[in-house]
Design a binder for this molecule. Structure first.
Ligand code: NIG
Ligand code: FE
Length: 409
């Protein structure tokens, strides 16, 4: 089944370094089943279909609208129960995230309701979040565990992610997150880390594609992170880490040394970490919603750019620091608060986000890529972050299938 999307302003996100968005004005795109078959000037579309032997049985006239890759949200904590609105209110009144965590709030406050919820309840909560994400143009989403903190419970959260993935058209990328040492295991941290390395991580093989560790003040130390990520590598899983949200513990250098996919947050990262990430090709994932909400300093974007570190942008969807499924809103924060360019913002939620997940077949509109597409009521790439909070795609296709959009929430 071939479909022609015509009269489009195609933002391929597949251009060369001096024109990375690779915009084709008055362009067209052909899909063949779940793949992009051809992208080019509209005037050439029918000849291209003929040359490829495609019978076009469906056409969409986009009337000059932007056509972009489907968005990739490469960092979410979408599986949790309960809420922490009271913490939001405390922070609004001046309390810090770390002070709230030290007083028994924070991540551990979400483990109680998450452990108490059934698989069916957690799956329904997760699916509702994925539906909202789809309404904002997300077609691939990474989902982490991390709110149970026991071996059996974290494996149960991987089951929830699998159940949600089976029930949504969005492509779901499951990650095992080692988030924190729970209070009841703090007397013997080493034993807990051993359990993660020897029991949890090996059992995540085949159920998660990567292992993430929160390497920061109040979470895992650099030595603990190394042990967990080495175990992940031994289990054949990709590695990534939350690094430098509050303190630079050297996590960026560690992830680069291990050939990891991404370093996420990076408000605190020094020249050595930046150089290591650049040399290893590790993606820096920007989470500006969490940064703004916790009133943290901005990551060193200019230094990351100058070093050639690819930058992705994600929602960090979680009940504590960033309760949102809205990826275009993160593009606005990235362009206004992080001083990233509009082109960087688009690459951040498409090509570079896909790279942070180790996925080579999406995040770009090019022959052979998955046919994940968004059309926007916009004529210029800047218009999507510009109309912040309100921009939603007018059409979404996932693996070549057009999907109904969730109602505006
Ligand atoms: O990415 N930094 C660690 N984890 C989350 C916050 C989780 C929470 O507060 O529940 C983050 O910001
Ligand atoms: Fe996170």
């Amino acid at each position: 089944m071939a479909c022609l999307f015509r009269r489009a302003h195609v933002v391929t996100c597949a251009g060369p370094p001096d024109d990375p968005l690779g915009v084709i004005a008055d362009g067209a795109l052909l899909t063949d089943g779940d793949r992009v078959a051809w992208v080019g000037p509209g005037a050439d579309a029918h000849a291209a279909a003929g040359a490829l032997g495609l019978v076009v049985d469906d056409q969409v006239d986009l009337g000059g609208r932007l056509l972009t890759p489907g968005l990739v949200d490469c960092h979410t904590h979408a599986v949790f129960a309960g809420d922490r609105a009271h913490e939001f209110a405390l922070r609004a009144a001046g309390a810090s995230y770390q002070a709230i965590a030290a007083a028994g709030g924070g991540i551990v406050a979400t483990t109680g309701p998450t452990r108490a919820a059934s698989i069916a309840q957690l799956t329904a909560l997760t699916l509702a979040r994925l539906e909202r994400a789809r309404g904002f143009g997300t077609t691939t989403i990474e989902v982490k565990t991390g709110y149970d903190l026991t071996v059996a419970g974290e494996l149960r959260l991987l089951d929830v992610i699998a159940a949600a993935a089976a029930a949504t058209p969005i492509a779901v990328v499951p990650t095992l997150l080692c988030h924190l040492v729970p209070a009841e295991r703090r007397a013997d941290r080493d034993a807990y880390v051993r359990a993660l390395c020897e029991a949890l991580v090996p059992q995540a093989r085949g159920r998660a594609t990567s292992v993430d560790v929160y390497c920061d003040d109040g979470a895992f130390t650099l030595a603990e992170t190394r042990a967990i990520l080495v175990a992940a590598r031994a289990a054949g899983l990709a590695v990534r880490a939350h690094v430098g949200q509050f303190a630079d513990l050297g996590g960026a250098e560690l992830v680069a040394e291990l050939g990891g996919l991404s370093i996420d947050h990076v408000e605190q990262i020094g020249p050595a970490g930046i150089a290591a990430a650049a040399a290893a090709g590790t993606v820096a994932v920007m989470l500006p919603g969490a940064c703004v909400q916790l009133r943290l300093p901005v990551p060193p974007v200019a230094a990351l750019r100058a070093a050639g570190v690819p930058m992705a942008i994600a929602t960090d969807l979680n009940p504590g620091s960033s309760l949102t499924e809205n990826l275009p809103l993160q593009m606005w924060l990235a362009t206004t608060h992080y001083a990233m360019t509009v082109a960087e913002a688009w690459l951040g939620v498409t090509r570079h986000a896909a790279r942070a997940l180790g996925l080579a077949d999406r995040g770009v509109l090019a022959p052979g890529a998955r046919a994940d597409l968004c059309a926007w009521d916009a004529a210029h790439p800047a218009e999507v972050p510009y109309h912040y909070g309100a921009q939603r795609p007018s059409l979404v296709a996932i693996a070549g299938q057009r999907v109904e959009l969730a109602p505006v929430a």
